[in-house]
Design a protein around this ligand. Structure first.
Ligand code: NAP
Ligand code: ZN
Length: 348
C-alpha cells in the first residue's frame, strides 16, 4: 500500500484536519501521480458537510487535481514518468454500458466512481480525493495538460472548466447568442470566459455589486445586480440561455422570466434544498430547464486542449493547505477571486 498524507473531514460539523491513509499499489493500468495543485470546488464543501446525502467519513475532498506522473503500471500506454497530468471528478466506471461507450462515464449504469466519497468497485473502501500528496488512478481517467498553461491556474479546469464547457458546447452557444451567467464564483467565472471566447454576448447576473469590474474583465458585456429590481426588469425576455451556477437556495422562477421564447436555463449549481419550479415559468415561452453534470473523459480532454489553444485558465488564489477551513468559509461567503487552489507543496 502507498502511505499518503492528506486533509480530511471526519464529520459534517468539524473542520478538515491532517489525516494519513493508504492508497492501493500501482496496478497494471494505473498511473501514480504526485499532486502539485488541487482546486477547491463548492461541491467539496457540500460533500464534506453532508449537504447532499450522508457522506462516509473520513473524507478527503478535491477533484481539481494537477500533478506529475511518478510511476506507471506495466500496461499503461498513454502516460510516461514525468508527464504533467490532471484528474477531475471521475476515477472509475464499468467501461461497457451504453453511457460509458458513449464517452459519458459520469452516467455509468453501474454508478460512476467519483474521485472522493465513492465506494470503490468490488471493494469495501471509499475513494479519497486531491487534498493529498499523491493519487493512483486508472489511465483512462487521467488527462493530459497542455504545456503552455500555468499549473495552478489549470487545476480548476478539471471540474469548473468541464462543467461549464460541456453545456456551452452542447447548446452551441456562440455568436449571436445572449448568454447570462448566474453567480460569479468558480463555475461562473469559467462560464463567462468560455462563452465569451466563442463569441456569445455574456451578461453577468450577480448578487455582489463589487464583482462588476471583474465580470467585465473576464469577458462579460453587461452586469446585472439581481437585487436591483429596476436593472433586473430591463432584461425581461432578453436571453437565449442562462447558465445557473448558484450553490444556495434561490427562486428559479424569478430568473426564468429573463429568458426569451425557447430560452434554456442550464442548471449546474446543486443547492442542498429543493425549490419549486412553477409550470407557468416553462409554458410561457416554451422554455426548458436542463441539468448538466461535469463531462466525460473525452470531452474533458477536448476542453483542456481548447483552453490550451485559446489560453484560457482560471483566476485563482493559491493557498497553503492549512488555510483550507478558512477557504471553505470564504467560498460560502462569495469572497474568492475566483477559485482557491491548494499548493500541495505546503502539505508536510
Ligand atoms: P462558488 O464558487 O461558491 O460560486 C457560487 C456563486 O453563487 C457565488 O459566488 C454567488 O455569486 C452565487 N450565490 C451564492 N449564494 C447565492 C444565493 N443565495 N443567491 C444567489 N446567488 C448566490 O461555487 P462553485 O464552485 O462555482 O459551484 C457552484 C455550484 O455548482 C455548487 O452547488 C456546486 O456543488 C455545483 N457544481 C455542480 C457541478 C455539476 O456537474 N453540475 C460541478 C461542479 C460544481 P454572486 O456573488 O455573483 O451572486
Ligand atoms: Zn467540482
Amino acid at each position: 500500500m502507498i502511505q499518503t498524507k492528506g486533509y480530511a473531514a471526519k464529520s459534517a460539523t468539524t473542520p478538515l484536519e491532517p489525516w494519513n491513509f493508504e492508497r492501493r499499489e500501482v496496478g497494471a493500468k494505473d498511473v501514480h501521480i504526485k499532486i502539485l495543485y488541487c482546486g477547491v470546488c463548492h461541491s467539496d464543501i457540500h460533500f464534506a458537510r453532508s449537504e447532499w446525502f450522508p457522506t462516509n467519513y473520513p473524507l478527503v475532498p478535491g477533484h481539481e487535481i494537477v500533478g506529475k506522473v511518478l510511476e506507471v503500471g506495466n500496461d499503461v500506454t498513454k502516460y510516461n514518468v514525468g508527464d504533467t497530468v490532471g484528474v477531475g471528478c471521475l476515477v472509475d466506471s464499468c467501461h461497457s454500458c451504453p453511457s460509458c461507450e458513449a464517452g459519458q462515464e459520469q452516467f455509468c449504469a453501474e454508478g460512476m466512481i467519483g474521485t472522493y466519497g465513492s465506494q470503490e468497485r468490488g471493494k469495501e473502501t471509499f475513494t479519497q480525493g486531491g487534498y493529498s500528496d499523491q493519487i493512483v488512478v486508472d489511465e483512462h481517467f487521467v488527462l493530459r495538460i497542455p504545456e503552455n498553461l500555468p499549473l495552478d491556474k489549470v487545476a480548476p479546469l478539471l471540474c469548473a472548466g468541464i462543467t461549464t464547457y460541456s453545456p456551452i458546447m452542447r447548446w452551441r452557444m456562440g455568436e449571436g447568442d445572449k448568454v447570462a451567467v448566474l453567480g460569479l464564483g468558480g463555475l461562473g467565472h469559467m462560464a463567462v470566459k468560455i462563452a465569451s471566447s466563442l463569441g456569445a454576448e455574456v451578461t453577468m447576473l450577480s448578487t455582489s455589486p463589487e464583482k462588476e469590474k471583474d465580470a467585465k474583465k473576464l469577458g462579460a458585456t453587461n452586469f446585472v445586480l439581481t437585487t436591483n429590481e429596476e436593472q433586473f426588469k430591463k432584461y425581461t425576455g432578453y436571453f437565449n440561455f442562462i447558465i445557473n451556477t448558484v450553490s444556495a437556495q434561490h427562486d428559479y422562477n424569478k430568473y426564468m422570466q429573463l429568458l426569451g421564447v425557447n430560452g434554456v436555463m442550464v442548471c449546474l449549481g446543486v443547492p442542498p434544498v429543493p425549490t419549486p419550479v412553477h409550470a407557468m415559468s416553462l409554458v410561457m415561452g416554451n422554455k426548458t430547464i436542463q441539468g448538466s453534470l461535469i463531462g466525460g473523459l473525452e470531452e474533458t480532454q477536448e476542453m483542456l486542449d481548447y483552453c490550451g489553444l485559446n489560453n484560457i485558465t482560471s483566476d485563482v488564489e493559491v493557498i497553503p493547505i492549512d488555510k483550507i477551513n478558512e477557504a471553505f468559509d470564504k467560498t460560502i461567503a462569495g469572497d474568492v477571486h475566483y477559485r482557491f487552489v491548494i499548493d500541495m507543496a505546503t502539505l508536510k
